[in-house]
Design a protein around this ligand. Structure first.
Ligand SMILES: Nc1ncnc2c1ncn2[C@@H]1O[C@H](COP(=O)(O)OP(=O)(O)OP(=O)(O)O)[C@@H](O)[C@H]1O
Ligand SMILES: [Mg+2]
Length: 455
């Protein structure tokens, strides 16, 4: 069953229940007040009769008196303490036959159903004591007017209930359609996406801030991100294949040369083998970096713990010094300098920066570790070729290299700083570069302290 039909039927059923309940209460209250009013009238009449009787000397003169008070379909009687009817005037024999006389010491009213000519009928009986103690007055009347009013009211209530149900059914359908329109829109768009495989956003017509509009907007945001990611992926694949194309072309041309000439020219052959080896190494390194990047973009979860940056840097620097035999100095004034982070990833960032410093300078390299109330700062400073001012903003982009020819010699793929920036972002940190061409470069990492936030 469609959700609109379900909402519609449920609201109508609920509406019907409420209407039936309310109408029932209205009906009961109406009946009660009408009978009460009738009772009051009869009591008033009874009081008057009692007062009149009190003035009379004997019961014999009473009979005529009672007749004046008689209304349609009623009787008036005086009953003695033994429930015997002493006087009675009536214009409804059936009524006076059906109801037995009853003596009372207190004022009382009662309604009863009697079997009349056309079925059951309600009658009202009121009894009041007569002050001289010789009996009580009893007035009874068929509630014929009430019966007709009851029927009319019942008819009106049934009609209004049915009308309300009909209006609720029509209104509910309109309301449900209006509410469901954005959802129907969304379903249509999703089906289109499913068929074509191309992410698409939903057109939002109104600018209300209800939940459905929020849902549609969230859906559009999600689609936006999906599109962005697909674009990024496409870009990455095309960039990566482009990057791999150059070394592969070099390898292929040298391999062709070897196939054609073999080892005829030993010097040339050696150069070819050397080139093939170096380009193959470059491809290998590049694929490793691609894998690193893929892993980084896949899981954004950090294996974070408390780290001491000083000992971490010391161990990295030790390895670098041993392998590359370069003059790298670590400077720090406080001990320890702790951060909360993923050890492997932080290590990767520092290695990326040291690798650049080594590649693009021949002089010494300084690494500074500093700490203030909210930040931990790592500075990697080299005194090498530097970066032209206009290029600094680009070097964090994927595959961007300042001078392609220069990077070819150094074997870079232009991904190092992009990876470093992504890792810093995951750690809620920042990376900044200041550089002067020909003088040197300083890369600054800013990380939050363990209990501070990074502004
Ligand atoms: N310390 C530095 N001195 C001078 N130029 C630098 C320095 N660090 C980065 N660059 C420039 O920024 C570019 C991008 O650096 P990045 O580390 O992202 O890539 P890469 O070093 O070329 O390759 P990869 O790090 O992926 O092996 C480099 O090609 C280089 O031109
Ligand atoms: Mg690099």
């Amino acid at each position: 069953m469609r959700i609109t039909t379900k909402i519609n039927l449920l609201t109508t059923a609920w509406m019907l229940c409420i209407m039936v309940l309310i109408n029932f209460v209205v009906f009961i209250l109406f009946m009660k007040t009408t009978v009460n009013m009738e009772e009051d009238i009869q009591f008033q009449k009874a009081e008057e009769i009692v007062k009149d009787i009190g003035k009379k000397q004997s019961f014999s003169s009473i009979q005529g008196e009672l007749k004046d008070y008689l209304t349609e379909h009623s009787y008036i009687r005086i009953v003695d303490p033994k429930n015997k009817v002493l006087h009675q005037v009536t214009n409804d024999l059936l009524l006076s036959k059906k109801i037995k006389g009853k003596y009372t010491k207190i004022k009382q009213a009662q309604t009863r159903l009697i079997m009349a000519e056309h079925g059951e009928e309600e009658v009202l009986i009121v009894r009041v004591p007569i002050h001289n103690g010789k009996g009580s007055l009893e007035i009874s009347e068929r509630l014929i007017g009430l019966e007709t009013r009851k029927e009319t009211l019942r008819g009106i209530l049934i009609f209004s209930t049915l009308l309300a149900a009909l209006l609720s059914l029509l209104g509910g359908r309109w309301l449900a359609n209006m509410i469901m329109r954005p959802i129907a829109n969304m379903i249509k768009t999703m089906e289109e996406i499913e068929k074509s495989g191309v992410p698409k956003t939903i057109t939002i017509q109104t600018k209300t801030k209800d939940e459905l509009q929020t849902m549609a907007r969230t859906f559009n945001r999600m689609i936006g991100r999906l599109q962005e990611n697909i674009e990024k992926q496409k870009q990455f694949v095309s960039d990566a294949s482009h990057e791999l194309k150059t070394p592969l072309t070099v390898i292929k041309s040298y391999a062709n040369f070897l196939r054609r000439h073999g080892l005829e020219n030993k010097e040339m052959a050696e150069e070819a083998i050397q080139a093939i080896h170096s380009e193959a190494t470059r491809i290998q390194k590049m694929t490793e970096t691609f894998l690193d990047l893929a892993a980084l973009e896949k899981d954004h979860v950090l294996d974070s713990k408390e780290l001491d940056l000083i000992s971490l840097c010391q161990s990295i620097l030790k390895q670098f010094k041993e392998v590359y035999r370069r003059d790298i100095t670590l400077h720090f004034k406080e001990y320890p300098i702790k951060i909360h982070g993923d050890e492997l990833k932080i290590k990767q960032v520092i290695i990326i920066l040291l690798d650049n410093a080594m590649k693009y300078s021949n002089d010494k390299i300084d690494v500074y570790l500093e700490k203030d109330k909210q930040h931990i700062v790592v500075r990697v400073k080299d005194y090498g070729i530097g970066i032209p001012q206009g290029e600094i903003e680009n070097i964090f982009e994927r595959f961007y290299r300042v001078d392609k020819a220069r990077s070819r010699e150094t074997g870079g793929s232009g991904l190092g700083l992009y990876i470093a920036k992504s890792i810093m972002k995951l750690h809620k940190g920042k990376i900044k570069i200041t550089s002067t061409e020909g003088t040197g470069t300083e890369v600054v990492l800013i990380l939050p302290t363990i209990d501070g936030s990074n502004e």
